[in-house]
Design a binder for this molecule. Structure first.
Ligand SMILES: NC(=O)C1=CN([C@@H]2O[C@H](COP(=O)(O)OP(=O)(O)OC[C@H]3O[C@@H](n4cnc5c(N)ncnc54)[C@H](O)[C@@H]3O)[C@@H](O)[C@H]2O)C=CC1
Ligand SMILES: O=C(O)/C=C/C=C(\O)C(=O)O
Length: 480
């Protein structure tokens, strides 16, 4: 069985413990490879290597860093099919989605920051005729990048690309549930000529390897994407050490549909925002609010389209929804469906775990599920489920829609459907979320600020925000 290895100081290494964890293919429910069960000792080696590599990498001309990173992006493009297949097997997502979204976005992330670093500028302040102040941005040091399992290479690269482009060296930890594409990526780093120690990838459990990264005094900044509970733990560890923190956490995002919307577009896109990647995207619109005059018509069309989605083998091109990432996560999502029923919810479609026939009979599949009849305060509408489960509720006024949208502790993203431009501006301003999509969803421009309010996180990724996170700002004042 294939053994994944850590990538430390440019070499591939077994974990110090010599222990491995099982890595499952969630579409068949079977172990198919082994993951290093790394601990503090592996993290220490990785931080040491990153610390040694920092002086040379951080002072390499930006153009040279950029060239290496662009080579990496080219290699990802070259290996698109191989990486997409690996992502699908590791995560359970449809291979067609990995080919269309995950892997192209991984190379786009790297190419974006590799070129962005060539176009930075800095501020100068002239203080009357007495002094000139200029601001410098220097890479902060060794960065810890901890990424989740839902969009594995997509989000791993979203973190390490700005760090490396900015001149930081990195200790990265992909999720233990989906380590494979980060492992394949580490091989591409060698091929691209990334100097040793610049990127180190330590595989293993969050509570062990992840926690060791958060605790290590040699790690100056931590960029994390994952669950809010984990984000709190990392903050509790890192904040007293005054580490810089970027936390991109969970969401319970509203999808607000006004009666004057472009109906066909709203329904079709809501199918995507509800069920893409089995609903395992922090940006999914899991709470759908529909203006009452449109409510019945929307529900009917939305249920009909949902029933037409193809659930099953992620390797088949016609599949729309694959497997959930793990047996434990499937269990968690099913328990929320149970909770919804106990809370008085009516299941309009879905609600069941399924065992497709054939090779996926033991996989972790759940039908796309639509629930109505719940109020906004119940657990189903307050807690992140992170699966193919949405609720629909009617509303009567704009003020009510805003109140419903803002009724959770989260504030990551929101989607709004209306043809009324003034209303679009008003509601966008009133909804408390870091990202607002009007008449679209997951429409990404990598230059824009990306992140959440309230319990959805701290800080913003994307464009200059991401680069700045990995840079230490200094003002130099020269008396004239
Ligand atoms: N992108 C998102 O917003 C994500 C949200 N979630 C939410 O979080 C829930 C729990 O999912 P999990 O698999 O537990 O994700 P998680 O948040 O625990 O995992 C994300 C990453 O953090 C690492 N990690 C875990 N504990 C850590 C610690 N103490 N210190 C440092 N790193 C640590 C993990 O190994 C993984 O690499 C999900 O059901 C979902 O609701 C999960 C994954 C992604
Ligand atoms: O498009 C992005 O940059 C990010 C997308 C999704 C997540 O961050 C997530 O699901 O955690």
């Amino acid at each position: 069985m294939e053994k994944i290895l850590n990538y430390i100081d440019g070499a591939f290494e077994a974990p110090c413990s010599d222990q491995y964890l099982d890595n499952y293919d969630p579409s068949i429910g079977k172990v198919y490879s082994l993951i290093p069960d790394s601990d503090e000792r592996d993290v220490n080696k990785a931080v040491d290597a990153a610390t040694r590599a920092f002086p040379a990498w951080s002072t390499l001309p930006a153009q040279e860093r950029s060239n290496i990173l662009q080579k990496l992006a080219d290699l990802i493009d070259r290996d698109l099919d191989k990486l997409a297949l690996a992502e699908s097997v590791d995560n359970g997502k449809p291979v067609s989605l990995a080919r269309r979204l995950d892997i192209p976005r991984a190379s786009a992330n790297i190419r974006f920051f590799a070129t962005a670093i060539l176009h930075t500028s800095t501020e100068t302040h002239i203080t009357d005729a007495e002094a000139i102040n200029y601001t410098t941005h220097a890479p902060i040091g060794v960065a810890g990048c901890i990424s989740p399992w839902n969009l594995p290479l997509y989000l791993f690269s979203w973190k390490i690309a700005p760090a490396l482009a900015a001149g930081c060296t990195v200790v990265g930890k992909p999720s233990e549930l989906t380590p494979m594409t980060a492992f394949l990526f580490s091989k591409l780093c060698v091929e691209a000529g990334l100097p040793k120690g610049v990127l180190n990838i330590v595989h293993g459990l969050g509570a062990k390897a992840g926690q060791a990264i958060a605790e290590h005094p040699g790690v100056a900044a931590i960029s994390f994407t994952g669950g809010t509970v984990t984000g709190k733990k990392i903050a509790a560890t890192a904040a007293p050490m005054f580490k810089k923190l970027s936390l991109e956490l969970g969401g319970k995002n509203p999808n607000i549909i006004f009666a004057d919307c472009d109906f066909e577009n709203a329904v079709a896109t809501s199918i995507q925002s509800s069920f893409a990647n089995q609903g395992e995207i922090c940006l999914c619109g899991s709470r759908i609010f529909v203006e009452r005059p449109l409510y019945e018509k929307f529900v009917e069309a939305f249920v009909k389209k949902t029933k037409a989605l193809v659930l099953g083998d992620p390797l088949l091109n016609e599949t729309n929804l694959g497997a959930l990432v793990s047996a434990a996560h499937k269990q968690k999502v099913m328990s929320y469906i149970q909770t919804a029923k106990q809370e008085g919810g009516k299941i309009l479609t879905g609600g069941n775990a399924v065992n497709p026939t054939g090779r996926c009979a033991e996989g972790y599949f759940i039908e796309p599920t639509i629930i109505t009849g719940l109020n906004e305060h119940c657990r189903t509408n307050q807690e992140e489920i992170f699966g193919p489960v949405v609720t629909i509720m009617p509303f009567d006024t704009e003020a009510e829609a805003i109140a419903l949208a803002n009724s959770t502790p989260y504030g990551l993203s929101a989607t709004l459907w209306t043809e009324n431009l003034k209303r679009a501006h008003r509601v966008s301003a009133a909804v408390k979320s870091g990202i607002l999509w009007v008449n679209c969803w997951l429409f990404r421009d990598l230059r824009t600020p990306f992140g959440g309010m309230k319990q959805s996180g701290v800080g913003r990724e994307g464009g200059w925000h991401a680069l700045k996170f990995f840079l230490e700002v200094k003002n130099i004042c020269i008396k004239l």
